[in-house]
Design a protein. Structure first.
Ligand code: NAP
Length: 289
């Protein structure tokens, strides 16, 4: 049995409406206690989960083997935390870039932590959730791999949130797997508000966004993120010119006074990997006098 994560900080959760709490015993022992997610009344709660290097790199460049697992060093504790978060979610949301970079992945707990599959499934049943979270892919272009396994499993519902132009492209190329196509915009980006409406219509109370950095930028700009679960892998990757390495947030930038500020909620440790949980609680730095 892998060692429990060291709990270095845990801010108590006082929200009245939460999902989760104490998971089944093997998960609780490993995580080092309860994991409860406050539920919003006005829209789905949006969690974000990423792994980054110490210097903030989340992707090594274009193509497969450019993201999460290589950044984390295939960290088993990181995969365990990913599985826990997927277990709590009604929907796992990814941008098309993340889907294209992971041609064999499916966005379920079992795909990242098979040894915990049974316990995660038991926790979902206890919480009254569907057996698997719905995979939601956001794409403006509709240029998606037709046979992607993450959109093809009989027991994993899949939705593509796209534009009218994207839907036309999908109609030409063939619908990926078993996905349902939802048109949320004409020909440019899908607005986060429209995405949240779609998620709410699908009965989503918790959506887990697993990237990538461009989708995260759009969500942050629309104040559509509630919590960030960030694994910091203990290496410094650097950033040369023209390599296409990506930071945690791409395509958006804020001056510090207008940036989304966060509050630290918990810190866990496995070896030299840190597992940070932040609330995007709307606190803003005061404008300079
Ligand atoms: N370290 C980590 O934890 C982590 C997590 C996730 C991803 N990654 C890595 O990040 C890299 C991908 O980065 P990325 O920034 O390209 O990923 P991304 O945000 O998943 O993909 C960008 C694409 O998603 C679609 N998209 C994003 N926002 C949209 C919006 N508001 N409306 C419509 N479409 C939208 C667009 O797809 P179309 O081009 O189809 O229009 C866009 O080109 C990969 O290497 C991946 O492995 C790392």
């Amino acid at each position: 049995m892998p060692a429990p994560l060291d709990v270095l900080l845990e801010v108590p959760e006082f929200s009245a409406a939460v999902r989760g709490g104490v998971p089944p015993e093997p998960l609780a022992r490993r995580y080092g206690g309860p994991l409860a997610i406050p539920l919003r009344a006005d829209r789905p709660t949006v969690l974000v989960n990423f792994v980054e290097s110490l210097d903030g790199i989340v992707a090594l460049g274009a193509g497969p083997r450019s993201g999460g697992s290589d950044i984390s060093g295939a960290s088993e504790p990181d995969r365990f935390v990913m599985a826990l978060l997927r277990t709590l979610a009604d929907a796992v949301v990814v941008g098309a870039g993340t889907l294209r970079a992971a041609p064999r992945h499916e966005w379920t707990p079992r795909a990242v932590a098979p040894r915990w599959e049974e316990a995660c499934a038991a926790w979902r049943t206890e919480m009254g959730l569907a057996p698997q979270p719905t995979t939601v892919v956001v794409s403006a272009s509709g240029d998606l791999p037709v046979a992607h396994p993450g959109l093809s499993r009989a027991d994993v519902p899949a939705v593509i949130a796209t534009t009218a132009a994207g839907a036309r492209r999908i109609a030409e190329q063939g619908v990926p797997g078993r996905a349902r196509v939802e048109v949320l915009a004409e020909d440019r980006a899908v607005e986060p508000a429209a995405l949240l409406d779609l998620l709410a219509r699908c009965g989503t109370r918790i959506a887990l966004c697993e990237g990538g950095p461009h989708l995260l930028g759009d969500l942050l700009a629309a104040a559509a993120v509630d919590e960030l679960f960030l694994t910091v892998a203990p290496h410094l990757l650097g950033r040369g010119s023209g390599e296409g390495r990506l930071g945690l947030v791409e395509g958006r930038a804020w001056p510090p006074a207008a940036a989304p500020w966060v509050s630290l909620r918990s810190v866990r440790r496995a070896g030299s990997h840190l597992f940070l949980r932040y609330a995007l609680d709307g606190r803003r730095a005061l404008p300079a006098p």
